[in-house]
Design a protein around this ligand. Structure first.
Ligand code: PMT
Length: 400
């Protein structure tokens, strides 16, 4: 399966003759399973119609920053958070200059500044414009900021000149886009991740659980696999597809999750406890369905084993990372859990904020270690997972 499968790509199109190739690029990205939103500058609309790109991408084309209707549907900040990759292809000399100088006077340049995910440009211009020192300096600036540069290629140009400045072909751009999700940061590492809720049986038809959807843990599993790790995902009951290349072990209760994790943790380099594990379970799971009787009933609960503490206390412990889902004093409770559970790092998640945390598509967290705090702003869970895996790979590398 392609690494672009289900990845969110915002394709920015600027004004240049190569804009016609953007239609084919959308097709190539979609063929690989990517979900694509197109943003066009005014100049791009002179070269290719939004209707073509809307039909090919299956989504309305975005072009105006000041369009209240478009902003109400999916505003520019939401689009920036949605993107796993923002690719500008073709990127004209003028637009590259804009990006290098941080201008934000239209939708695409504003989106560029607001987007915290992977960003790439595919330059396309006349060879003399590409060779001009001003363009070269702008390119140096973007390269130094870590922007991926796809091309340009050399050859005959639409204007009749021959030289560097041709936009790469759509297939090549799709390959390079795919390579952005193949960091090799965790090559050769074994990563164990828990995700989703647990279910604690009351009787054969009822259970205690929580609102975890598994989205955050599954996104982490995908990000770790994309980074080259061999990943095992111990999952509570969720309605999500297993990410490609990930081994999944299904469990129901906290005790099941404990058993599945402890059987594998010593062979792992990194453990991430993202599951919302029930702290308590009914003292006895009744074998037959409980019948309705009195107006009140009392359920006696007992503590579940603490999975992550057991992993952290084991002799062959992996680099152990927890989550702290809190609704108040988030950072101080997270630090308390970091110490009490003996973790290497903890990801503080304020689940009282609307739109993030349990069962949402976005999240916003702080990665806390004994010596550091790294705030990661609100973004899509997959984008956040990519960023967290990059941070954790760095910490893992520094420790070993
Ligand atoms: O699944 P989603 O809908 O995408 O939502 C994501 C999430 C909100 C569930 C996730 O981001 C998150 O915050 N997960 C941790 C939830 C939680 O149970 O936190 P906690 O603060 O209660 O637990 C602290 C840590 O101990 C966690 O790493 C937890 O996995 C672990 N734990 C807790 C209890 C227990 N018995 N064993 C454990 O290992």
């Amino acid at each position: 399966m392609s690494r672009l499968n289900n990845r969110h790509i915002v394709l920015g199109i600027t004004g240049g003759i190569a804009a016609y190739k953007a239609a084919e690029l959308v097709r190539r990205l979609k063929e690989r399973g990517a979900l694509v939103h197109v943003v066009m500058t005014d100049a791009a609309r002179e070269f290719i119609t939004p209707l073509t790109l809307q039909a090919l991408s299956g989504n309305p084309v975005h072009s105006s920053l000041l369009d209240p209707e478009a902003e109400a549907a999916m505003g520019h900040i939401e689009l920036a958070r949605w993107a796993d990759l923002l690719l500008v292809a073709p990127a004209s000399a003028d637009f590259i200059a804009k990006l290098a100088h941080g201008q934000a006077d239209d939708l695409l340049s504003t989106l560029w500044l607001a987007c915290q995910s992977k960003k790439a440009i595919a330059p396309a211009m006349n060879q003399a414009m590409w060779a001009d020192p001003a363009t070269a300096a702008n390119m140096d600036t973007l390269r130094a900021r870590g922007i991926a540069i796809f091309g340009p290629g050399a050859g005959e140009q639409a204007c009749g000149d021959v030289g560097l400045g041709r936009m790469l072909e759509p297939g090549e751009l799709a390959d390079l886009s795919e390579s952005q999700f193949d960091s090799r940061l965790l090559d050769g590492k074994r990563v164990l991740i828990t995700a989703g809720p647990t279910r604690e049986a009351i009787d054969p038809v009822r259970y205690i659980s929580n609102h975890s959807s598994g989205k955050m843990g599954y996104a982490l599993a995908r990000a770790a696999a994309d980074a080259g790790a061999s990943v095992t995902l111990v999952s509570g009951p969720v309605a999500l597809a297993t990410p490609a290349g990930v081994e999944r072990v299904d469990v129901e209760s906290a005790q099941d999750m404990y058993d599945a994790v402890l059987a594998r943790s010593a062979q792992s380099d990194l453990f991430i406890g993202c599951a919302a594990v029930a702290d308590y379970r009914p003292a006895t799971a009744v074998e037959q369905k409980i019948k309705k009787q009195a107006d009140e009933m009392t359920l006696t609960l007992v503590r579940n084993p603490d999975i992550i503490s057991a992993v952290a206390a084991s002799p062959d412990r992996p680099f152990t990372v927890g989550f702290a889902a809190e609704t108040q004093d988030v950072l101080s409770y997270a630090r308390d859990k970091l110490e009490r559970k003996g973790l290497d790092a903890i990801i503080a998640n304020d689940v009282s904020v609307a739109g993030i945390g349990f069962n949402s598509d976005q999240n916003e967290v702080t990665l806390v270690t004994a010596a550091s705090e790294e705030a990661l702003p609100r973004m899509g869970k997959q984008q956040l997972a990519d960023a967290l895996i990059a941070h954790l790979a760095q910490q893992l590398g520094a420790r070993r």
